[in-house]
Design a protein around this ligand. Sequence first.
Ligand code: C2E
Ligand code: CA
Ligand code: CA
Length: 421
Amino acid sequence: MVSIDYKLSGNLLVLDDDKSVGATIRAIAENAGMECRVTTDPAEFFQLESEWQPTHIALDLIMPDMDGVEVLAELSSRGCTASVIITSGVSGRVLDAAGRSAAEHGLAIAGVLPKPFSPAQLRALLAKNSMLKRGNRRRSQGKIAFIPDQRALKDALHRRQIGVVFQPKVTCVDGQLAGFEALARWHHPEYGLLGPDLFIPIAESSGLIDELTAQIIEQALKWYGSNFSDDKLNPATSVSNALSPGLTLSVNISAKTLDNFTFVDRAVELCSFHHVSNTRLIFELTESSTMADPVASLDLLTRLRMKGFQLSIDDFGTGFSSMIQLVRLPFSEIKVDKSFVMTAMSSQESRSVIRSIVELGNSLGLKSVAEGVEDAETLAFLREVGCDLAQGYYIGRPLPGEDMMKWVASWADQMRGQRTA
Ligand code: C2E
Ligand code: CA
Ligand code: CA
Protein backbone atom coordinates (compact mmCIF):
# COMPACT_ATOMS: atom_id res chain seq x y z
CA MET A 1 0.00 0.00 0.00
CA VAL A 2 1.22 3.51 -0.77
CA SER A 3 1.37 5.73 2.27
CA ILE A 4 0.39 9.35 1.75
CA ASP A 5 2.25 11.98 3.68
CA TYR A 6 -0.33 14.66 4.44
CA LYS A 7 0.98 18.11 5.29
CA LEU A 8 -1.86 19.83 7.06
CA SER A 9 -2.34 23.34 8.32
CA GLY A 10 -4.65 24.90 10.87
CA ASN A 11 -5.25 24.49 14.59
CA LEU A 12 -7.12 21.66 16.20
CA LEU A 13 -8.99 21.82 19.50
CA VAL A 14 -9.79 18.50 21.19
CA LEU A 15 -12.42 17.86 23.86
CA ASP A 16 -12.15 14.35 25.27
CA ASP A 17 -12.51 13.16 28.85
CA ASP A 18 -9.97 10.39 28.20
CA LYS A 19 -6.51 11.97 28.49
CA SER A 20 -4.79 9.20 26.57
CA VAL A 21 -7.11 9.62 23.58
CA GLY A 22 -6.47 13.38 23.65
CA ALA A 23 -2.72 12.80 23.69
CA THR A 24 -2.92 10.38 20.77
CA ILE A 25 -4.94 12.80 18.65
CA ARG A 26 -2.54 15.57 19.51
CA ALA A 27 0.51 13.51 18.51
CA ILE A 28 -1.04 12.61 15.16
CA ALA A 29 -2.15 16.17 14.40
CA GLU A 30 1.17 17.75 15.38
CA ASN A 31 3.02 15.16 13.38
CA ALA A 32 0.97 16.17 10.37
CA GLY A 33 1.90 19.83 10.86
CA MET A 34 -1.07 21.20 12.81
CA GLU A 35 -1.17 23.08 16.09
CA CYS A 36 -3.19 21.29 18.72
CA ARG A 37 -4.69 21.90 22.16
CA VAL A 38 -6.43 19.29 24.26
CA THR A 39 -8.80 19.71 27.17
CA THR A 40 -11.01 17.47 29.25
CA ASP A 41 -13.11 20.35 30.56
CA PRO A 42 -16.10 21.74 28.58
CA ALA A 43 -15.78 25.22 30.13
CA GLU A 44 -12.15 25.48 29.09
CA PHE A 45 -13.07 24.07 25.69
CA PHE A 46 -15.56 26.89 25.01
CA GLN A 47 -13.11 29.50 26.26
CA LEU A 48 -10.43 28.20 23.89
CA GLU A 49 -12.96 27.99 21.09
CA SER A 50 -13.68 31.70 21.29
CA GLU A 51 -10.13 32.90 22.03
CA TRP A 52 -8.02 30.57 19.91
CA GLN A 53 -10.55 30.14 17.07
CA PRO A 54 -9.62 26.62 16.00
CA THR A 55 -10.01 25.64 12.36
CA HIS A 56 -10.74 22.07 13.46
CA ILE A 57 -12.46 20.51 16.45
CA ALA A 58 -12.42 16.88 17.59
CA LEU A 59 -15.17 16.13 20.03
CA ASP A 60 -15.97 13.10 22.15
CA LEU A 61 -19.66 12.39 22.01
CA ILE A 62 -19.99 10.92 25.47
CA MET A 63 -18.47 12.65 28.47
CA PRO A 64 -19.40 12.65 32.14
CA ASP A 65 -20.15 16.39 32.63
CA MET A 66 -21.79 17.34 29.37
CA ASP A 67 -22.93 15.29 26.46
CA GLY A 68 -21.53 15.79 23.00
CA VAL A 69 -24.90 16.64 21.49
CA GLU A 70 -25.22 19.59 23.90
CA VAL A 71 -21.70 20.71 23.03
CA LEU A 72 -22.62 20.60 19.32
CA ALA A 73 -25.75 22.68 19.95
CA GLU A 74 -23.73 25.24 21.90
CA LEU A 75 -21.07 25.42 19.16
CA SER A 76 -23.73 26.04 16.60
CA SER A 77 -25.37 28.80 18.60
CA ARG A 78 -21.96 30.49 18.80
CA GLY A 79 -21.72 30.40 15.00
CA CYS A 80 -18.70 28.10 15.13
CA THR A 81 -17.14 27.64 11.69
CA ALA A 82 -14.52 25.02 12.55
CA SER A 83 -14.69 21.62 10.87
CA VAL A 84 -15.92 19.19 13.45
CA ILE A 85 -14.84 15.57 13.84
CA ILE A 86 -17.01 13.53 16.16
CA THR A 87 -15.27 10.74 18.04
CA SER A 88 -16.82 8.06 20.13
CA GLY A 89 -16.97 4.45 21.11
CA VAL A 90 -20.75 4.22 20.60
CA SER A 91 -22.36 2.30 17.77
CA GLY A 92 -22.38 3.46 14.16
CA ARG A 93 -26.08 4.30 14.19
CA VAL A 94 -25.76 6.64 17.16
CA LEU A 95 -22.70 8.29 15.59
CA ASP A 96 -24.63 8.72 12.35
CA ALA A 97 -27.53 10.35 14.15
CA ALA A 98 -25.21 12.72 16.00
CA GLY A 99 -23.53 13.65 12.72
CA ARG A 100 -26.88 14.44 11.17
CA SER A 101 -28.04 16.45 14.14
CA ALA A 102 -24.85 18.49 14.03
CA ALA A 103 -25.16 19.10 10.31
CA GLU A 104 -28.72 20.25 10.86
CA HIS A 105 -27.44 22.69 13.46
CA GLY A 106 -25.41 24.23 10.65
CA LEU A 107 -22.02 22.93 11.77
CA ALA A 108 -19.46 21.74 9.25
CA ILE A 109 -19.10 18.08 10.09
CA ALA A 110 -16.07 16.46 8.50
CA GLY A 111 -17.04 13.01 9.64
CA VAL A 112 -17.21 10.62 12.51
CA LEU A 113 -14.23 8.78 13.88
CA PRO A 114 -15.07 5.52 15.61
CA LYS A 115 -12.86 4.56 18.56
CA PRO A 116 -10.42 2.91 18.32
CA PHE A 117 -9.09 4.66 15.22
CA SER A 118 -5.89 4.54 13.21
CA PRO A 119 -3.64 7.57 12.59
CA ALA A 120 -4.49 7.31 8.88
CA GLN A 121 -8.24 7.56 9.60
CA LEU A 122 -7.77 10.72 11.67
CA ARG A 123 -5.39 12.30 9.16
CA ALA A 124 -7.84 11.63 6.34
CA LEU A 125 -10.60 13.44 8.20
CA LEU A 126 -8.34 16.36 9.12
CA ALA A 127 -7.23 16.66 5.48
CA LYS A 128 -10.78 16.52 4.21
CA ASN A 129 -11.66 19.30 6.61
CA SER A 130 -9.07 21.71 5.41
CA MET A 131 -10.31 21.32 1.85
CA LEU A 132 -13.97 21.46 2.74
CA LYS A 133 -13.86 24.52 4.87
CA ARG A 134 -11.98 26.88 2.62
CA GLY A 135 -14.12 29.73 1.32
CA ASN A 136 -16.98 28.78 3.57
CA ARG A 137 -15.95 30.73 6.58
CA ARG A 138 -18.25 33.14 8.29
CA ARG A 139 -15.83 34.38 10.85
CA SER A 140 -12.64 35.28 9.05
CA GLN A 141 -9.42 35.95 10.95
CA GLY A 142 -9.91 38.32 13.79
CA LYS A 143 -13.22 39.63 12.48
CA ILE A 144 -16.40 39.26 14.44
CA ALA A 145 -19.25 37.52 12.68
CA PHE A 146 -21.44 39.97 10.80
CA ILE A 147 -25.07 39.69 11.77
CA PRO A 148 -27.08 41.66 9.24
CA ASP A 149 -30.31 43.39 10.24
CA GLN A 150 -33.33 44.55 8.30
CA ARG A 151 -31.89 47.99 7.55
CA ALA A 152 -28.64 46.60 6.19
CA LEU A 153 -30.52 44.15 3.98
CA LYS A 154 -32.91 46.79 2.70
CA ASP A 155 -29.96 48.94 1.82
CA ALA A 156 -28.23 46.00 0.11
CA LEU A 157 -31.32 45.33 -2.03
CA HIS A 158 -31.53 49.00 -2.89
CA ARG A 159 -27.87 49.01 -3.94
CA ARG A 160 -28.26 45.72 -5.83
CA GLN A 161 -25.64 43.96 -3.76
CA ILE A 162 -27.51 40.66 -3.75
CA GLY A 163 -26.24 38.66 -6.69
CA VAL A 164 -26.71 35.16 -7.93
CA VAL A 165 -24.53 32.10 -8.56
CA PHE A 166 -25.47 28.99 -10.54
CA GLN A 167 -24.98 25.33 -9.75
CA PRO A 168 -25.38 22.68 -12.48
CA LYS A 169 -27.64 19.67 -12.34
CA VAL A 170 -26.87 16.68 -14.59
CA THR A 171 -28.54 13.40 -15.53
CA CYS A 172 -27.26 10.49 -13.45
CA VAL A 173 -27.33 8.06 -16.32
CA ASP A 174 -25.14 9.90 -18.84
CA GLY A 175 -24.06 13.20 -17.37
CA GLN A 176 -26.00 15.48 -19.74
CA LEU A 177 -26.51 18.95 -18.40
CA ALA A 178 -30.12 19.17 -17.27
CA GLY A 179 -30.28 22.59 -15.67
CA PHE A 180 -29.02 25.12 -13.13
CA GLU A 181 -30.09 26.22 -9.68
CA ALA A 182 -29.79 29.94 -8.95
CA LEU A 183 -28.52 30.65 -5.42
CA ALA A 184 -28.41 34.06 -3.76
CA ARG A 185 -25.14 35.67 -2.61
CA TRP A 186 -24.64 39.01 -0.89
CA HIS A 187 -21.58 40.91 -2.11
CA HIS A 188 -20.97 42.91 1.03
CA PRO A 189 -18.49 45.76 0.51
CA GLU A 190 -16.95 45.17 3.93
CA TYR A 191 -17.57 41.54 4.82
CA GLY A 192 -17.16 39.96 1.40
CA LEU A 193 -19.35 37.22 0.03
CA LEU A 194 -22.17 36.21 2.37
CA GLY A 195 -24.24 33.04 2.02
CA PRO A 196 -28.04 32.96 1.98
CA ASP A 197 -28.41 31.22 5.35
CA LEU A 198 -27.24 34.49 6.84
CA PHE A 199 -29.78 36.79 5.20
CA ILE A 200 -32.77 34.82 3.83
CA PRO A 201 -34.31 34.38 7.31
CA ILE A 202 -34.08 38.16 7.85
CA ALA A 203 -35.58 38.83 4.45
CA GLU A 204 -38.45 36.52 5.36
CA SER A 205 -39.13 38.00 8.77
CA SER A 206 -38.90 41.62 7.63
CA GLY A 207 -41.08 41.57 4.53
CA LEU A 208 -38.14 41.94 2.13
CA ILE A 209 -38.29 38.44 0.71
CA ASP A 210 -40.53 39.27 -2.27
CA GLU A 211 -38.19 42.01 -3.40
CA LEU A 212 -35.22 39.68 -2.94
CA THR A 213 -36.90 36.86 -4.87
CA ALA A 214 -37.79 39.27 -7.68
CA GLN A 215 -34.18 40.48 -7.94
CA ILE A 216 -32.87 36.90 -8.02
CA ILE A 217 -35.35 35.76 -10.66
CA GLU A 218 -34.61 38.82 -12.75
CA GLN A 219 -30.82 38.23 -12.70
CA ALA A 220 -31.15 34.49 -13.21
CA LEU A 221 -33.47 34.87 -16.21
CA LYS A 222 -31.26 37.53 -17.72
CA TRP A 223 -28.25 35.18 -17.58
CA TYR A 224 -30.19 32.14 -18.71
CA GLY A 225 -32.00 33.99 -21.52
CA SER A 226 -28.81 35.49 -22.89
CA ASN A 227 -27.05 32.10 -23.02
CA PHE A 228 -29.66 29.42 -23.48
CA SER A 229 -32.76 30.81 -25.14
CA ASP A 230 -33.51 28.82 -28.30
CA ASP A 231 -32.13 31.45 -30.67
CA LYS A 232 -28.81 31.55 -28.73
CA LEU A 233 -28.01 27.87 -29.13
CA ASN A 234 -26.33 26.62 -32.25
CA PRO A 235 -27.25 22.95 -32.56
CA ALA A 236 -23.95 22.18 -34.27
CA THR A 237 -21.80 23.06 -31.27
CA SER A 238 -20.50 20.59 -28.72
CA VAL A 239 -22.13 22.65 -25.99
CA SER A 240 -25.57 22.07 -27.45
CA ASN A 241 -24.85 18.35 -27.68
CA ALA A 242 -24.11 18.18 -23.98
CA LEU A 243 -27.40 19.80 -23.00
CA SER A 244 -30.48 17.80 -22.33
CA PRO A 245 -33.44 19.01 -24.41
CA GLY A 246 -35.42 20.75 -21.68
CA LEU A 247 -32.56 22.59 -19.96
CA THR A 248 -34.08 24.18 -16.87
CA LEU A 249 -33.46 27.06 -14.47
CA SER A 250 -34.42 26.60 -10.82
CA VAL A 251 -35.04 29.36 -8.29
CA ASN A 252 -35.88 29.06 -4.62
CA ILE A 253 -39.17 30.44 -3.36
CA SER A 254 -39.92 31.19 0.24
CA ALA A 255 -43.14 30.23 2.03
CA LYS A 256 -44.03 33.90 2.42
CA THR A 257 -44.23 34.29 -1.34
CA LEU A 258 -47.09 31.83 -1.42
CA ASP A 259 -49.49 34.52 -0.17
CA ASN A 260 -48.37 37.05 -2.76
CA PHE A 261 -51.09 37.25 -5.39
CA THR A 262 -49.06 39.22 -7.89
CA PHE A 263 -46.26 36.66 -7.98
CA VAL A 264 -47.62 34.53 -10.82
CA ASP A 265 -48.16 37.49 -13.16
CA ARG A 266 -44.76 38.93 -12.33
CA ALA A 267 -43.07 35.61 -13.14
CA VAL A 268 -44.91 35.35 -16.46
CA GLU A 269 -43.88 38.91 -17.41
CA LEU A 270 -40.24 38.34 -16.53
CA CYS A 271 -40.04 35.13 -18.56
CA SER A 272 -41.54 36.75 -21.60
CA PHE A 273 -39.23 39.77 -21.28
CA HIS A 274 -36.16 37.51 -21.26
CA HIS A 275 -37.43 35.17 -23.99
CA VAL A 276 -37.47 32.17 -21.71
CA SER A 277 -40.38 29.76 -21.95
CA ASN A 278 -42.28 29.33 -18.66
CA THR A 279 -41.75 25.58 -18.92
CA ARG A 280 -37.99 26.09 -18.41
CA LEU A 281 -38.42 27.67 -15.00
CA ILE A 282 -38.62 25.51 -11.88
CA PHE A 283 -39.70 26.98 -8.56
CA GLU A 284 -38.22 25.13 -5.59
CA LEU A 285 -40.19 25.15 -2.37
CA THR A 286 -39.27 23.46 0.84
CA GLU A 287 -41.61 20.96 2.31
CA SER A 288 -42.19 23.04 5.43
CA SER A 289 -43.05 26.18 3.45
CA THR A 290 -46.04 24.51 1.83
CA MET A 291 -47.41 23.55 5.22
CA ALA A 292 -47.69 27.06 6.63
CA ASP A 293 -50.88 27.90 4.74
CA PRO A 294 -51.94 24.82 2.78
CA VAL A 295 -54.93 26.42 1.07
CA ALA A 296 -53.08 29.48 -0.22
CA SER A 297 -50.20 27.23 -1.29
CA LEU A 298 -52.48 24.99 -3.26
CA ASP A 299 -54.02 27.98 -5.06
CA LEU A 300 -50.74 29.62 -5.99
CA LEU A 301 -48.98 26.41 -6.92
CA THR A 302 -51.84 25.30 -9.13
CA ARG A 303 -51.85 28.67 -10.90
CA LEU A 304 -48.10 28.42 -11.47
CA ARG A 305 -48.49 24.94 -12.95
CA MET A 306 -51.32 26.11 -15.17
CA LYS A 307 -48.99 28.77 -16.59
CA GLY A 308 -46.50 26.02 -17.47
CA PHE A 309 -43.94 26.54 -14.68
CA GLN A 310 -42.45 23.48 -12.98
CA LEU A 311 -42.48 22.96 -9.23
CA SER A 312 -39.93 21.16 -7.12
CA ILE A 313 -40.23 20.05 -3.52
CA ASP A 314 -36.88 20.86 -1.92
CA ASP A 315 -35.09 19.30 1.07
CA PHE A 316 -37.41 16.33 0.87
CA GLY A 317 -37.21 13.97 3.82
CA THR A 318 -36.67 16.65 6.44
CA GLY A 319 -40.29 17.69 6.99
CA PHE A 320 -43.08 15.82 8.66
CA SER A 321 -45.98 15.45 6.27
CA SER A 322 -43.85 14.64 3.25
CA MET A 323 -46.06 12.03 1.67
CA ILE A 324 -49.31 13.91 2.06
CA GLN A 325 -47.92 17.20 0.76
CA LEU A 326 -46.38 15.50 -2.19
CA VAL A 327 -49.53 13.78 -3.32
CA ARG A 328 -51.76 16.78 -2.68
CA LEU A 329 -49.73 19.50 -4.36
CA PRO A 330 -48.89 19.69 -8.08
CA PHE A 331 -45.13 19.08 -7.93
CA SER A 332 -43.08 17.96 -10.93
CA GLU A 333 -39.77 17.24 -9.19
CA ILE A 334 -38.60 15.89 -5.85
CA LYS A 335 -35.22 16.83 -4.34
CA VAL A 336 -33.73 14.43 -1.84
CA ASP A 337 -32.28 16.47 1.02
CA LYS A 338 -28.50 16.70 0.94
CA SER A 339 -28.15 15.44 4.52
CA PHE A 340 -29.01 11.95 3.18
CA VAL A 341 -26.98 12.23 -0.01
CA MET A 342 -23.85 13.50 1.72
CA THR A 343 -23.90 10.56 4.12
CA ALA A 344 -24.96 7.91 1.58
CA MET A 345 -21.60 6.19 1.52
CA SER A 346 -21.27 5.97 5.29
CA SER A 347 -24.84 5.28 6.33
CA GLN A 348 -27.06 2.36 5.46
CA GLU A 349 -30.05 4.37 6.66
CA SER A 350 -29.33 7.26 4.32
CA ARG A 351 -29.12 4.83 1.41
CA SER A 352 -32.51 3.36 2.36
CA VAL A 353 -34.06 6.81 2.60
CA ILE A 354 -32.69 7.83 -0.81
CA ARG A 355 -33.89 4.60 -2.38
CA SER A 356 -37.42 5.03 -1.05
CA ILE A 357 -37.66 8.72 -2.00
CA VAL A 358 -36.57 7.91 -5.55
CA GLU A 359 -39.15 5.11 -5.71
CA LEU A 360 -41.86 7.38 -4.35
CA GLY A 361 -40.96 10.00 -6.97
CA ASN A 362 -41.02 7.42 -9.75
CA SER A 363 -44.38 6.09 -8.71
CA LEU A 364 -45.85 9.59 -8.75
CA GLY A 365 -44.25 10.44 -12.08
CA LEU A 366 -41.87 13.04 -10.64
CA LYS A 367 -38.26 13.66 -11.62
CA SER A 368 -35.98 12.77 -8.72
CA VAL A 369 -32.95 14.91 -7.92
CA ALA A 370 -30.21 14.20 -5.38
CA GLU A 371 -28.32 17.25 -4.17
CA GLY A 372 -25.09 17.25 -2.16
CA VAL A 373 -23.33 14.70 -4.37
CA GLU A 374 -19.72 14.95 -3.25
CA ASP A 375 -18.05 11.87 -4.74
CA ALA A 376 -18.08 9.38 -7.61
CA GLU A 377 -19.28 6.50 -5.41
CA THR A 378 -22.42 8.40 -4.43
CA LEU A 379 -23.14 9.22 -8.07
CA ALA A 380 -22.76 5.53 -8.97
CA PHE A 381 -25.16 4.59 -6.18
CA LEU A 382 -27.72 7.12 -7.42
CA ARG A 383 -27.48 5.70 -10.90
CA GLU A 384 -28.02 2.24 -9.49
CA VAL A 385 -31.19 3.22 -7.61
CA GLY A 386 -32.61 5.00 -10.66
CA CYS A 387 -32.35 8.60 -9.50
CA ASP A 388 -32.83 10.95 -12.48
CA LEU A 389 -30.62 13.94 -11.68
CA ALA A 390 -27.62 14.83 -9.55
CA GLN A 391 -26.33 18.12 -8.17
CA GLY A 392 -23.35 18.67 -5.91
CA TYR A 393 -19.73 19.71 -5.48
CA TYR A 394 -18.53 16.55 -7.22
CA ILE A 395 -20.26 17.70 -10.40
CA GLY A 396 -19.90 21.44 -10.04
CA ARG A 397 -19.86 24.10 -7.35
CA PRO A 398 -22.11 27.15 -7.51
CA LEU A 399 -20.38 29.76 -9.74
CA PRO A 400 -21.06 33.28 -11.00
CA GLY A 401 -22.72 33.32 -14.44
CA GLU A 402 -19.59 33.95 -16.47
CA ASP A 403 -17.60 31.21 -14.75
CA MET A 404 -20.55 28.86 -15.12
CA MET A 405 -20.37 29.32 -18.90
CA LYS A 406 -16.71 28.24 -18.79
CA TRP A 407 -17.75 25.25 -16.71
CA VAL A 408 -20.42 24.39 -19.31
CA ALA A 409 -17.85 24.52 -22.12
CA SER A 410 -15.42 22.24 -20.30
CA TRP A 411 -18.19 19.84 -19.27
CA ALA A 412 -19.26 19.65 -22.94
CA ASP A 413 -15.64 18.89 -23.96
CA GLN A 414 -15.42 16.16 -21.37
CA MET A 415 -18.65 14.60 -22.60
CA ARG A 416 -17.53 14.73 -26.20
CA GLY A 417 -14.27 13.04 -25.12
CA GLN A 418 -16.27 10.28 -23.44
CA ARG A 419 -18.47 9.77 -26.49
CA THR A 420 -15.48 9.46 -28.83
CA ALA A 421 -13.78 7.08 -26.42
P1 C2E B 1 -30.95 24.70 -1.06
O1 C2E B 1 -32.04 25.24 -1.89
O2 C2E B 1 -31.09 23.35 -0.50
O3 C2E B 1 -29.63 24.83 -1.96
C1 C2E B 1 -28.59 23.89 -1.97
C2 C2E B 1 -27.48 24.31 -1.04
O4 C2E B 1 -26.56 23.23 -0.95
C3 C2E B 1 -26.69 25.50 -1.56
O5 C2E B 1 -26.23 26.21 -0.44
C4 C2E B 1 -25.52 24.81 -2.25
O6 C2E B 1 -24.37 25.62 -2.35
C5 C2E B 1 -25.29 23.65 -1.32
N1 C2E B 1 -24.63 22.52 -1.97
C6 C2E B 1 -24.77 22.11 -3.24
N2 C2E B 1 -24.04 21.01 -3.48
C7 C2E B 1 -23.41 20.71 -2.33
C8 C2E B 1 -22.50 19.66 -1.95
O7 C2E B 1 -22.11 18.80 -2.73
N3 C2E B 1 -22.08 19.67 -0.67
C9 C2E B 1 -22.49 20.62 0.22
N4 C2E B 1 -22.00 20.56 1.46
N5 C2E B 1 -23.34 21.62 -0.09
C10 C2E B 1 -23.80 21.65 -1.36
P2 C2E B 1 -26.40 27.79 -0.32
O8 C2E B 1 -26.14 28.45 -1.65
O9 C2E B 1 -25.60 28.22 0.85
O10 C2E B 1 -27.93 27.97 -0.04
C11 C2E B 1 -28.49 27.59 1.18
C12 C2E B 1 -29.98 27.72 1.17
O11 C2E B 1 -30.40 29.08 1.10
C13 C2E B 1 -30.61 27.06 -0.05
O12 C2E B 1 -30.67 25.68 0.18
C14 C2E B 1 -31.96 27.75 -0.09
O13 C2E B 1 -32.85 27.13 0.81
C15 C2E B 1 -31.64 29.13 0.42
N6 C2E B 1 -31.55 30.05 -0.72
C16 C2E B 1 -30.53 30.28 -1.58
N7 C2E B 1 -30.85 31.21 -2.51
C17 C2E B 1 -32.14 31.58 -2.23
C18 C2E B 1 -33.05 32.50 -2.84
O14 C2E B 1 -32.78 33.17 -3.83
N8 C2E B 1 -34.29 32.60 -2.25
C19 C2E B 1 -34.65 31.85 -1.18
N9 C2E B 1 -35.89 31.99 -0.68
N10 C2E B 1 -33.82 30.97 -0.60
C20 C2E B 1 -32.58 30.84 -1.11
CA1 CA C 1 -33.10 24.65 -3.57
CA1 CA D 1 -32.20 21.53 -0.87
